[in-house]
Design a binder for this molecule. Structure first.
Ligand SMILES: [Zn+2]
Length: 458
């Protein structure tokens, strides 16, 4: 999971028609098919110039000559087709099949290999056409002489690369990016058996649940602290294309109540364009240490996710926290720092010690593998090893210690006294409030009646 979320940068050069043509919507008349077939008949000299491609060719394959679709040319903004070519022009869309090469598709489109090589030679973006993926759609636009004027590759539902012949007969490329519609969505849940069950029952994807856990990772140990009766409400973006949901955007505002204590966080895109989560009064949610030194995604996917605690803690008269976890589970450094020891001893097994600034040291014992060396700098959440049972350990678990000024401390109680990551600067506070208050108000608005309903149900 990322420490910082940057807003997705988008290139927007032109706009696609609202309803982008679908491959299967072949509705053209028979007359149009005949016309297209006539246009695409290759000339003999073109066949003679065909050369082997540096890609896995299946040239012997019999080609089914069936245009899948005929569409009228749609005027585009970014790179116009050459003026002479705009009359009596036709488009043909072909879907890349398993094992297809660009050469196969040019054959099916009845366009000469010479033109394909000219296109491939037009630059590095065009060279990428040699690696096509099944399901991608290529739209060939040809003039009345059957000469390729434009090739458009639909990479996914949002992006298309177009190669257009310019007035000098050279291919130029541009990217057409569609932007989905975003709408805020709201979910809430009362945790009865586990965070994951509550989240998925509320209609949250696993990745959104993990994103939420990530926001609170400095405040809540999601491996150990979650209890029945904890609850959360979250507002996030849902993305739609042509009325169909295609995915989720980021969490916008979220509230989590853990063992009676409520934490609120809101997303803020600062003046530099960096998105991070803050408390409503502008303190960063990202602190010097995260609470769980383990990849809880891995743990929860291995353990039965219907259990309340994907990791359990056994309290022994010693100075650390034991996280039982499957062997091989990645272990994180809980903060930025420098490795001061990475070695093996009879008791600790494989161990890693990390110093964080002047006052803090964290220790990780019983690892199967160590992934860092003494002296190495590490970042928060960097993998430093994997869970094991080396040394005095009855089964695979991570023994984690947290020391302040050389004394063992309970990370659960010390975390609130730790230095916080930087807050929103006072110069940016007005901007912060303007952006985040509406989000928090919306979350609260949704929350009120809905939580009351939760109470009624109980
Ligand atoms: Zn232990």
């Amino acid at each position: 999971m990322q420490n910082h979320r940057k807003p997705t940068s988008r290139v927007r050069i032109g706009a696609l028609p609202k309803h982008f043509p679908r491959v299967h919507a072949f509705t053209a008349s028979a007359a149009a098919c005949v016309l297209v077939l006539a246009i695409f008949i290759p000339t003999p000299d073109v066949e003679a110039r065909r050369m082997p491609l540096p890609v896995n060719l299946t040239s012997a394959e019999e080609v089914v000559e069936q245009p899948e679709k005929v569409v009228p040319l749609t005027p585009r903004k970014a790179i116009p087709l050459a003026a002479a070519a705009t009359e009596a022009i036709q488009s043909l869309s072909l879907t890349v099949r398993n094992g297809d090469t660009l050469s196969d598709l040019f054959k099916r489109a009845k366009i000469s290999a010479g033109e394909m090589y000219q296109l491939l030679g037009s630059g590095s973006e065009a060279k990428k056409l040699a690696r096509l993926n099944p399901g991608e759609e290529l739209t060939f636009t040809v003039d009345t002489d059957g000469k390729l004027q434009r090739l458009a590759l639909q990479k996914d539902r949002l992006s298309q690369v177009r190669f257009t012949r310019d007035a000098q007969s050279q291919f130029q490329h541009d990217l057409v990016q569609r932007e989905p519609d975003s709408h805020p969505a709201y979910r809430q849940a009362l945790i009865d058996s586990s965070l994951f069950v509550a989240g998925s029952d509320a209609g949250l994807s696993d990745s959104l649940i993990m994103e939420m856990a990530d926001v609170f990772s400095s405040d809540i140990d999601f491996a150990l602290d979650i209890r029945k009766g904890d609850n959360f409400s979250v507002m996030f973006e849902e993305k739609f294309l042509d009325g169909e949901k295609i995915g989720n955007g980021p969490i916008l505002a979220v509230s989590f109540t853990n063992q009676g204590q409520t934490y609120n966080a809101v997303r803020y895109v600062d003046g530099n364009g960096d998105a991070n989560y803050y408390t409503p009064d502008g303190k960063s949610m990202r602190k010097a240490f995260i609470r769980t030194p383990l990849d809880i995604v891995r743990i929860s996917s291995h353990f039965n996710p219907r259990r309340l605690h994907p990791v359990f803690k056994s309290r022994r008269p010693h100075n650390g926290t034991d996280y039982a976890a499957p062997r091989g589970t990645p272990v994180y450094s809980t903060g930025d720092g420098r490795v001061i020891a990475s070695g093996y001893s009879k008791a600790n097994g494989n161990y890693v010690f990390i110093r964080h600034g002047e006052r803090y040291v964290t220790r990780y014992l019983h690892l199967t593998k160590r992934k860092v060396k003494k002296g190495q700098r590490v970042k928060q959440r960097q993998i430093i090893g994997t869970v094991g049972s080396t040394g005095y350990a009855t089964g695979p678990h991570l023994h984690y210690e947290f020391l302040l000024d050389g004394r063992h401390r309970n990370p659960a109680t010390i975390v609130r006294k730790l230095p916080k990551a930087k807050s929103v600067p006072s110069s940016e506070m007005t901007r912060f409030k303007n952006q985040t208050q509406p989000l928090l108000a919306k979350l609260e608005n949704y929350q009120g009646p809905a939580l009351a309903k939760l109470d009624d149900d109980n």
